[in-house]
Write a protein that binds this ligand. Structure first.
Ligand code: GLU
Ligand code: ZN
Length: 308
């Protein structure tokens, strides 16, 4: 079967080293299998994303020397323009009796959460799953707009990650009924990403390990909607010397600073060295890395990059 990969960055700020590593590995994973690559813009959140940031992101990926076969800024590859697909999936879940309105405020949600699952995400208690019709009506009359949650099964579900191996969660216990649509109408990441990967025919999802805990949810949602889940390949996270995950807040490692400091080949070489694909950093083009690419070379532990 043809490999179809994707990178799916969010234009909520300038990309940083970690995003670039994900992009490079998604590119190598697809290209080394002779597959296709999609660039999808995950601009669901109107408060944080805009077209200028999306255009910047495309320019940054091109500068690094990456290419793709489909997507980019075309409307059908921007999540903000794909609401009709999410709506259709939502209706399908609704017909299956799997979604319900949650009227909890953020404070209530946190208070009603079970202790953290160990992955840093609060587990929703299912409080609003048990509301009576009268209770719902009372919330509506009080002007509360609900978020919508999907009811998850109380069973162990595994994904066989192509890099980290078997990863199992009990969705009820480890994640809880999760939000598929926010109270302000914005579609949730979990629903959008699942629907998009399925409809775009994505077979390989390559991304940072911070999203590994989302994989069982997405695989389950995908099957529930009648699709075959993709294969997942998560990669280790980049951290600073103190072991803290790099974030968009680290301005000295964002693309603005990196482009001023490195030539594209140097930065590609640095990323490839972090990923275990080169014995030392040197200037390379992405295509030079294709013949030697293997997931077996990529480390599993987080990678401390300090200040490169
Ligand atoms: N848009 C997400 C991000 O930039 C990635 C989603 C995914 O790869 O599933 O973090
Ligand atoms: Zn609730």
């Amino acid at each position: 079967m043809e490999v179809v990969g994707r990178f799916a960055p969010s234009p909520s700020g300038r990309m940083h080293l970690g995003n670039l590593l994900s992009a490079l590995l998604a590119w190598l994973d697809a290209r080394s299998a002779g597959g296709r690559l999609i660039l999808r813009v995950e601009d669901l959140d109107p408060d944080r994303c805009d077209q200028n940031k999306a255009a910047q992101l495309v320019d940054d990926l091109r500068w690094l020397g990456l290419d793709w076969d489909e997507g980019e800024l075309e409307p059908d590859y921007c999540q903000s323009r794909r609401g009709r697909y999410y709506e259709a999936a939502f209706q399908k879940l609704r017909e299956m009796g799997l979604v319900y309105p949650c009227y909890c405020t953020r404070a209530e949600r946190l208070a009603a959460s079970a202790p953290h699952s160990g992955e840093g995400e609060p587990v929703y208690s299912g409080r609003c799953a048990r509301l009576t019709a009268e209770e719902r009506l009372a919330f509506e009359r009080a002007g509360r707009r609900p978020a919508w949650r999907v009811r998850v099964p109380d069973e162990n579900l595994s994904v066989d990650d192509g890099h980290f191996g078997l990863y199992t969660q009990n969705l009820k216990r480890d994640c809880g009924d999760f939000i598929v649509r926010r109270s302000d109408g914005v579609w949730a990441y979990q629903l959008a990403v699942t629907v998009d990967d399925a409809l775009m025919g994505v077979t390989h999802v390559v991304r940072g390990r911070d999203l590994l805990p989302s994989a069982p949810r997405q695989a389950w949602l995908c099957r529930t909607l009648g699709f075959e889940p993709p294969e997942y390949f998560h990669l280790p996270l980049l951290t600073d010397k103190a072991g803290r995950r790099l974030s968009k807040r680290d301005r000295d490692l964002d693309m603005g600073a990196l482009r001023a400091r490195y030539a594209p080949g140097e930065l590609t070489g640095l990323l490839a060295w972090y990923a275990g694909l080169l014995p030392e950093p040197k200037s390379v083009e992405p295509k030079d890395l294709v013949p030697g690419f293997s997931w077996a070379k990529v480390p599993k532990n987080d990678i401390a990059v300090g200040c490169p």
